[in-house]
Ligand binder design. Sequence first.
Ligand code: TXA
Ligand code: MG
Length: 317
Amino acid sequence: MATIGKDIEKAVNLLKAGKPVAIPTETVYGLGANALDAIAVAWVFEIKNRPHFDPLIVHTYSIDKAIEYVTSFPEPLKNLAKIFWPGPLTLLLPKRAVIPDLVTSGLDRVAIRVPQHVLTRELLKQLDFPLAAPSANPFGYISPTTPEHVNKQLGNEIEYILDGGPCAVGLESTIVGMEGDKVCIYRLGGLDIENIIGIVGPVELRIEHTDNPNSAGQLKNHYAPKKPFYIGNLEELAKKYSDKKLGVLSFGKHPTVLNSHMNINLSANENLTEAAANLFSDMRALDDSEAEIIICDLVPPKGLGLAINDRLKRASS
Ligand code: TXA
Ligand code: MG
């Protein structure tokens, strides 16, 4: 198992030696490695069992740092960066040669984000390179939102997990880029797109649900628990699977008639921010329970609810 601790110096030394370290961010835990070192990055792909066509996000300290890795920074995206960085926003920007092709899977744009977490900010400040960091989970499984989640799945492959406690946002960053003069959203996430529209005006959604994407966070079956996971009306699903031990993921008021083995409420008072922060932990708890199948219903499709529903759909069987 990996060591879990708050020793930034230790993290710095491991990263400088080309080794990966799990790092806390406000969204989910990342598996960080020197983004300018293709060998360190290759190790991350290997540990995650991640296909090389799925590019990584580069994490850096500030807008000024980000500028060092890109050839241009279109005005609308810079305006978003000024307002929402540090935060759950990733920008796709034309990359400079210093970013290895492995990081971007050969694409012309690099995904860059300035994360908001006091420990990781201190870490990035002390490093003279940015960190490529995918979510610290085996490819396709639910993203980790605590150090223990990381340790359970990747603890045998890595030495150190920087302990930042549970993630405050709980959903991966929202990914934004431009096509011509249009601002496009490639992944719904922890920054509500209404906030983005408020700054740059109308946006186009490029959210795919496909089996063969060129940007793999879009894979249809992603963020998936190991157990069968069904979405629909809870009462109907409970009736349909009445012969099974049910794990129920509910939201707000839920039917009390359900004869479940385990019932976890994302947010009893229908708070979508709270539901987002709980989502991945609760999915894991149900997946680790003795329930045979997991059922849930979609949440209201507004604000962070859009991103929550996106993850639920991709998790479903
Ligand atoms: O909140 C987050 O974004 C977390 C934390 C650790 O920062 N990271 C994260 O990374 O979710 P990951 O690797 O699990 O998902 C990143 C996704 C990729 O699957 C891909 O869809 C997209 O970002 N992506 C990365 N680089 C890209 C690029 N150059 N062009 C298009 N999409 C890209
Ligand atoms: Mg991921």
